[in-house]
Design a protein around this ligand. Structure first.
Ligand code: HEC
Length: 136
């Protein structure tokens, strides 16, 4: 019985700590591994690339990030996580293409791993080029 109590308390503490760390994660600075940060965008930022990227963005991303990238998609309200405004100059100067690739397709939460949604490497960079084009 005593051992059970200890386990109960231990798991309670664990759950509380987990909750706290998740809370802090709401907008930790992005720490993108250097191999992504310094990755060179292999796809030229052309009108064609942007329009391919736009198609994917509207299908898979705009529900949260919003049609224009302002983070006002219908699902954004339920996330409790602050989103960058993808149209702001601040966002674009802060991150390299490689970082945007990482944020978009690998992310730091399992649910933001879109590698299986967008399998083609070139398509992923088309989306990065589209995100770049959202800058006001
Ligand atoms: C279910 C909602 C949802 C969908 C769908 C979604 N995202 Fe996100 N995205 C988020 C959230 C929430 C964050 C912030 C995560 C964080 O701070 O760790 C984020 C972060 C980002 C970031 C970094 C900027 C920031 O606000 O931290 C980029 C870039 C991004 N997403 C691009 C994409 C792209 C491209 C797609 C489509 C392939 C996509 N996202 C689909 C919810 C979503």
């Amino acid at each position: 019985m005593k051992a059970n109590k200890v386990w109960f308390l231990a798991s309670l503490i664990f759950v509380v700590l987990l909750g706290l760390s998740a809370y802090q994660l709401t907008k930790d600075p992005w720490k993108v591994p250097v191999e992504y940060k310094s990755k060179k965008n292999p796809v030229e930022n052309t009108k064609q690339s942007i329009s391919y990227g736009k198609e994917i963005y509207e299908m898979s991303c705009s529900s949260c990030h919003g049609k224009t990238g302002k983070g006002d998609g219908v699902k954004a309200k339920n996330l409790d996580i602050e989103l960058y405004d993808l149209t702001s100059a601040d966002f674009h100067s802060k991150f390299t293409d490689g970082e945007i690739y990482y944020q978009s397709f690998i992310g730091r939460y399992r649910w933001h791993d879109f590698r299986s949604t967008v399998k083609d490497e070139e398509d992923r960079w088309n989306v990065v080029n589209y995100v770049r084009s959202l800058k006001k």
